[in-house]
Design a protein around this ligand. Structure first.
Ligand SMILES: O=C(O)CCC(=O)C(=O)O
Ligand SMILES: [Fe+2]
Length: 279
């Protein structure tokens, strides 16, 4: 089976030895230095979870070698994906996300179903004790639950906000029920440098991170098509709203596009520019 066919059928793809080990070692080293030099800022703002970095969005603005990880992945999978794929955002984790099974689509709603996807990269070996990724095979093919009904349970008389944990949680609970007889895959024996891709409509999440002495260094990338507006819950649950046309600015890195952003976001708590941090 070709990679493209496997991805289309399962909504998932697992590829070994995609990202070079030297590059990963370099990134891990630079992040260690970052952590030491910025420790007061990180600790003072409660940005560490069990003394680990957690959910740093767009760290590639500061740790630029992360862009090379994106390049290595896209080079490997270019035959599967459209040539207008761009990097929308990156997320760095030093510990397990422990996120329940969910679809990313409500937060990455471009109006298209098949052109956006998520990608997870192991920056160290992963086992069943350090929060492996899990996903439901073929769940991308299951229809949406009744979105208007779900939205009216929470926002019958007011506008849907762009983000809401209760609405998102309830939606995913419904999807999990619809997929309860589908096969769950636990990626619990994964080597550093391996990559897992998921369709934007595939259910996936992070298992419990049992052994807190272990780290779970990993990166997540979200890819979306060039110049497509990315709507959140306020668009996903309101199909009557027209998605705006946009023209984004992109950095061209080795012929690959990275959406320009200025801010590095720490666990949705605090945002900083590159210049405000020590490297
Ligand atoms: O790293 C994980 O455990 C999952 C992260 C995730 O689902 C996401 O960023 O979309
Ligand atoms: Fe996700």
């Amino acid at each position: 089976m070709t990679l493209k066919k496997e991805y289309d059928e399962n909504g998932l793809l697992y590829l070994e030895n995609v990202v070079s080990k030297n590059l990963i070692d370099k990134i891990n080293f630079k992040i260690e230095i970052f952590k030491k030099k910025n420790f007061d800022f990180l600790k003072g703002n409660n940005l560490l979870k069990n003394d680990r970095l957690h959910r740093i969005i767009n760290f590639h603005i500061l740790i630029e070698d992360i862009k090379e990880v994106y390049n290595e992945i896209l080079t490997k999978i270019s035959d599967i994906f459209f040539n207008n794929t761009t990097l929308w955002s990156s997320i760095y984790f030093e510990t397990g996300s422990e996120q329940p099974l969910h679809r990313d689509l409500p937060y990455f709603y471009t109006g298209e179903l098949h052109s956006s996807f998520g990608c997870w990269v192991a920056l160290e070996d992963i086992n069943s004790n350090n929060g492996p990724l899990e996903a439901i095979k073929k769940s991308h093919l299951i229809d949406q639950p009744d979105l208007v009904k779900i939205r009216n349970l929470f926002f019958a008389d007011s506008d849907v906000p762009s983000s809401d944990n209760n609405l998102f949680g309830y939606y995913n609970q419904q999807v999990r029920l619809m997929c309860k007889n589908y096969e769950k895959i636990e990626y619990s024996n994964i080597q550093k440098g391996s990559v897992i891709l998921w369709h934007i409509n595939t259910l996936h999440g992070g298992k419990e991170h049992f052994d807190k002495n272990l780290t779970r260094k990993s990166l997540v990338f979200h890819f979306t098509p060039k110049n497509k507006f990315v709507g959140h819950l306020d668009y996903f649950f309101c199909k009557e709203r027209k998605l705006p046309s946009v023209k984004f600015e992109y950095e061209v890195y080795k012929n690959k596009l990275i959406k320009k952003n200025n801010l590095i976001d720490f666990a949705h708590i605090i945002q900083k520019t590159k210049e405000e941090l020590i490297i």
